[in-house]
Write a protein that binds this ligand. Structure first.
Ligand code: ARG
Length: 587
């Protein structure tokens, strides 16, 4: 494998060698190397070591400096402040490093695979059957998709699970309603599919819900229908299957619009665990993890109490014998641990479900299904807010349909694209418009840390300036345009050339891609990658302002600057792909 040792790691190794040569007992000490504005890197680790060895930190630092091998990699190392080391690397080391990255035959820019990959099951993009997707479903899909890509890139085995809401009381209600109002299905849902069918189904669902809430007798009939469904009654099951199939067609169309691949076998909804529910309850009851309370099967927690001070249990089985959301999730954990062999299970779910997951995970730990080797983690995300800072709603106060929102983003982006590039055909404008619009929506979501709420502001999202995907896409397209203009002259590294400050800053940042990806994957934090990419584009912009590329002084310098531009573009492209965002060649 052609992984490239980063400059940071190489410098770190040099310092560690010098440290252990100076202080043998510091052989395993971390020099605490960071990128720095004052030099290329700063190492702060000597302070703590000096304290331990009861030595003067500046003296110790000076001794270490004497032992640092310089020349090829490290150009200069100086003591600064109370005992920091300021380190500058050679221009040659920077260019050599980038050349090795560009030459990686796997096209991974020298990014290594993680040392001990495992299996992660990720639960994300989980809409509900017979309901339209709304803005709340956006985050789970977008964040989950990026985490999948990041983990797979590091070599992790990833199993995707779309835990769709396809089971429970609401289906009894819907099926019963349709049985009682057969004409509603005939003229509404018979001939249409996709978005329109789902919009009809959503309306029927709401009508059924109104009946259910206001008519006690209907409620009883609907409940009986749930029992029929769970018992496998053929007619009831056939109707249910129809809703599921119709909904899936719709889900696929929305995910397609989101430029996201969702595979049918990965859709394992709540219904998929139906056959495990009874056993899950039995195991929990036999082990004493769950107890009967007022007819229900419950798990209690010392630290979880309601406003009245009474403990709030996790209800695994209701007093009427019905199973709810928790029983399904507990069964899914058993499946993921024992059948799918997960080492980690991630749930990309709204923070408003945190209490549910806290209780479910704790229950699974008590049952021995989760432990130090098999961990579950809720990647909890915040709420999407409107411009007014309140949860995003339509003017009429209804939840916003995801498709409407995506269509609007595409429309706005198309306007921006049309205005900027006069030489694009209508077809190209449409294609770029959707890549830019969907990219804008994804980037706005991924560039804030998941746990925070953010404002859905299309004006800001499609702006060419600032921390937006459009800015990054333009940086990429601009580099492609430079490479096209270069014609016969191809990018080539010239390690013997001296580098300007802007070139060094850009090169050192490109080198950090591997570490950034590793960190973003380890912490399930795509926003760290987004921040890195934004800085990469900004550093490219200042490089481009200060260093003429095609008009550089010598032919070698032209080639070297083309090379720097090219490796920047490839890093941008790879990084954006890990966020699920396209980088069009022309904009
Ligand atoms: N369908 C649920 C919703 O829309 C999200 C499911 C989350 N995953 C899970 N395993 N509970 O809120």
């Amino acid at each position: 494998m052609a992984s490239v040792t980063s400059l940071t790691d190489s410098v770190q190794q040099r310092l560690a060698n010098a440290l252990s040569a100076t202080l043998p007992e510091a052989a395993d000490a971390d020099p605490l190397l960071r990128r720095s504005d004052r030099a290329d890197y700063q190492a702060n680790g000597i302070l703590a070591l000096a304290k331990k060895a009861k030595a003067n930190p500046r003296d110790l630092a000076a001794q270490v400096v004497d032992k640092v091998v310089t020349g090829d990699l490290i150009k200069d190392v100086k003591v600064s402040g109370p005992g920091f080391l300021n380190i500058t690397v050679t221009d040659k080391a920077i260019t050599d490093n980038l050349a090795a990255r560009a030459a990686d035959p796997d096209g991974r820019l020298g990014v290594p695979h993680s040392e001990n990959p495992g299996t992660t099951v990720i639960d994300y993009a989980q809409p509900n059957v017979a309901k339209e997707m709304h803005v709340g479903h956006l985050r789970s899909a977008v964040i989950g998709d990026s985490v999948v890509k990041l983990l797979e890139f590091t070599g992790e085995t990833v199993v995707r699970r779309h835990h769709i809401g396809d089971w429970g009381t609401q289906f009894g209600m819907l099926i019963q309603y349709l049985d009682e109002h057969p004409h509603e299905l005939d003229h509404k849902a018979a001939e249409v599919t996709g978005e329109e069918a789902m919009s009809n189904l959503d309306r029927l669902y709401k009508a059924a819900r109104r009946f259910f809430d206001s008519d006690e007798e209907f409620k009883t009939r609907a409940r009986r229908r749930v029992v029929d469904l769970q018992a496998g009654d053929a007619h009831t099951l056939a109707m249910w299957q129809k809703f599921v199939d119709e909904s899936k067609i719709y889900f696929f169309s929305v995910f397609d619009k989101l430029d996201m691949e969702i595979r049918d076998p990965d859709i394992v909804g709540e219904s998929g665990y139906n056959d495990m529910l009874e056993e899950t309850c039995r195991l929990l009851e036999e082990s004493g993890v769950a107890v009967r309370s007022e007819g229900a099967l419950c798990v209690f927690f010392d630290d979880i109490k309601g406003p009245d001070g009474k403990p709030v249990p996790l209800i695994v089985r209701k007093s009427d014998g019905g199973y709810g959301y928790a029983a399904t999730d507990l069964s899914a954990i058993r499946d993921r641990v024992f059948n799918l062999k997960a080492n980690s299970i991630i749930y990309v779910v709204d923070a408003r479900q945190s209490l549910h997951f806290k209780m479910v995970f704790e229950t699974a730990r008590r049952a021995g299904w989760l432990n130090d080797d098999v961990k579950a983690y809720q990647l909890a995300f915040g709420t999407v807010l409107g411009k007014d800072g309140k949860p995003f709603k339509t003017r009429e106060g209804e939840t916003v349909r995801l498709v409407d929102l995506l269509d609007e983003a595409i429309e706005r982006a198309s306007a921006v694209v049309r205005e900027k590039a006069q030489d694009l055909s209508q077809e190209e404008i449409a294609e770029r418009g959707s890549q830019v619009g969907i990219g804008a929506v994804k980037y706005a979501d991924l560039s804030t840390s998941a746990s925070r709420d953010y404002k859905f502001d299309l004006d800001q999202m499609v702006s060419l300036n600032g921390d937006t995907s459009v800015y990054l896409q333009y940086a990429y397209a601009r580099i492609q345009s430079i490479l096209r203009k270069a014609g016969e002259v191809r990018p080539a590294a010239h390690p013997e050339l001296e580098l300007a400050d802007a070139e060094r800053a850009l090169g050192l940042h490109v080198d950090q891609f591997a570490e950034t990806v590793a960190e973003a994957a380890r912490e399930y934090a795509p926003h760290k990658l987004a921040a890195y990419l934004y800085q990469l584009a900004s550093l490219f912009t200042s490089f481009y302002d200060k260093c003429p590329v095609l008009k550089a002084e010598t032919p070698d310098q032209v080639e070297n600057r083309l090379f720097l531009s090219d490796v920047t573009a490839r890093t941008l492209h790879e990084g954006m792909a890990l966020l699920g965002i396209r980088t069009p060649e022309r904009l």
